[in-house]
Design a protein around this ligand. Sequence first.
Ligand code: FES
Ligand code: FES
Length: 170
Amino acid sequence: MIRLTVNGTERELDADIRTSLLDALRDHLALPGTKKGCDHGQCGACTVLVNGRRINSCLTLAVMHEGDEITTIEGLGEPGRLHPMQEAFLHHDGYQCGYCTPGQIVSAVGMLGEVKDNWPSHVSDRLTGSQDLSDTEISERMSGNICRCSAYPNIVDAIRTASDKTKEPA
Ligand code: FES
Ligand code: FES
């Protein structure tokens, strides 16, 4: 038996120990919001937060995450109680078919946490201190999330809006 804490609720699943976190969420815990695109770390559709950090759930085993706090798109928000990032994607039409969208939204939330913690990216001007969130920075930091519909300009706009809304007053 594997015990996971998903979206604040403890869940148990009877699964093979080789089950990926992605398959555990989708096939055992009935949480289909997290998508399977490539199943080998190339597309980002399966992004979830583990203890607040974004990871590709297809690349990790569920059994490795007993005791961790796992957040999926379903845990970020729901109709009537949307997360600011979900609202911003809606407002900016940050999607077309929508298949990549849960991964984009969860990844963007994780990404803003990395910026808040002053993590540099490959295009950052400096390696320490606070980072400016230019459009180039957003694109680079979101480069692990592929959108086959190429909704990238609206995705960047949505992330910028959500970032502005969640910024703490100076
Ligand atoms: S399904 Fe995990 S990265 Fe593509
Ligand atoms: S909206 Fe279709 S893959 Fe991104």
